[in-house]
Design a protein around this ligand. Sequence first.
Ligand code: UDX
Ligand code: UDX
Ligand code: ADP
Length: 484
Amino acid sequence: QKLKMVKICCLGAGYVGGPTMAVIALKCPSVEVVVVDISVARIAAWNSDQLPIYEPGLDDVVKKCRGRNLFFSTEIEKHIGQADIVFVSVNTPTKTRGLGAGMAADLTYWESAARMIADVAKSDKIVVEKSTVPVKTAEAIEKILIHNSKGINFQILSNPEFLAEGTAIQDLFNPDRVLIGGRETPEGKKAVQALKQVYANWVPEDRIITTNLWSAELSKLAANAFLAQRISSVNAISALCEATGADVAEVAYSVGKDTRIGPKFLSASVGFGGSCFQKDILSLVYICECNGLPEVASYWKDVIKVNDYQKSRFVNRVVSSMFNTVSEKKIAVLGFAFKKDTGDTRETPAIDVCKGLLGDKAKISIYDPQVSEEQIQRDLALKKFDWDHPVHLQPTSPTAVKQVTVTWDAYEATKGAHGVCILTEWDEFRKLDYVKIYENMQKPAFIFDGRNVIDPQKLREIGFIVFSIGKPLDPWLKDMPAVV
Ligand code: UDX
Ligand code: UDX
Ligand code: ADP
């Protein structure tokens, strides 16, 4: 017998919950979708013309459904109470203290969400784990739900989200796969089918994979670890390219042509960022350690080590090529988001690069088309891992970093600068008037391209001293003592 689905509620209106629910609402007109959050400001923004996140195509989808079968609300308990399926996509920060600090996922928000669901539920519910969580979280959540259930039947599913920011809507419309993990009991299988029917409204059946709970949870961590590993692999090769005169773009192209390897995720960069990769690998490392697998843990930990190395290597290049000091020099930073087409700055390599340059007393002038001054100042003030707590629980930055200014214009940011660092691959950075930028800079004028968006040869012809990740070194840089 088919389960009749009337109402979906999603706990957490963030980068995952917001776009995912908007697309479900668009593709399933007969389903009512309510997204709830404890943050009043965030819900207000979802109900306004200025959505809280920048994502190409998102505005359109929200406009089509909002008020029809898509709603944003702070009345959490009411909507949870009415829902047949509850998606949970709340924060799962890395623990900063106690057991597993710096590695393990902090399930505080998840646990309180589960207790609340058990508390307000008056009818049977399917609870869907959407945020990435450590393997066997579902089991823990299941225990909390069942032990507090008052006779209500809960089925827990793991349905990890694979969307990437900047392409979220595209990824949701046309996913490589949808993964649903559940219990292998008759009730569990029924719940899996119920969720599968939601996605089957637009996703071809053969792309909807069903597995047991733990396979689903582990697949998400493993997929992110594999993707991050490819970037660290190509970034490690980029350092060797600089040392030998090979060109990382040529190497990556040749390597990626092997169909067993494939061309994607082989762009060398200043390092990967984003809310998932580092956090998920740390979580994977912790799980390995807890399961007595130190060799496996250290294998994955090295993916993060290479990423940290890549960021500090970049800073060292900047400082060493500018006569070993950037003290009081103006350095322009173009791009602060962790990738293009998003305003998200979580774990962006720009934070570590800026902190490195500030450590050498540089004056930094930042331009990013989607990131506000307030956000940048908060990022530079927050401690490691503190970013992943609901905004209103984050410590507010007491004093802005005086050495940092933020503008809304690339030419303003670069005016009078000694050097320019490109840290996000925004398309507009490929089309800037670099002659104009060069003329308004101090000489010698340096450009450090952390995303390989500019043509080093063309910029050298203008007069710049150019460093591009993994490319043959500028003669100038060859003569500088290498500390990288
Ligand atoms: C390899 C490269 O594939 C080839 O391009 C290069 O020119 C020479 O080295 P080869 O060593 O002949 O070729 O065999 P390959 O199929 O790559 O397998 C190498 C080893 O990896 C084998 O022991 C194979 O059993 C193992 N392997 C391969 C796995 O354990 N798992 C896999 O998924 C694939
Ligand atoms: C990632 C996964 O791709 C997605 O499937 C998962 O659901 C969440 O985590 P996201 O973090 O949004 O998505 O962006 P992604 O495109 O994966 O980029 C992550 C980081 O890697 C960015 O900083 C990006 O600039 C960097 N990157 C990516 C590279 O440095 N080189 C590449 O070749 C690709
Ligand atoms: P993600 O990238 O995984 O979507 P975000 O941090 O963008 O992560 O979103 C998580 C959201 O979950 C935040 O808006 C936060 O306010 C919300 N949240 C955290 N705990 C709860 C809770 N107990 N109930 C409702 N919303 C919550």
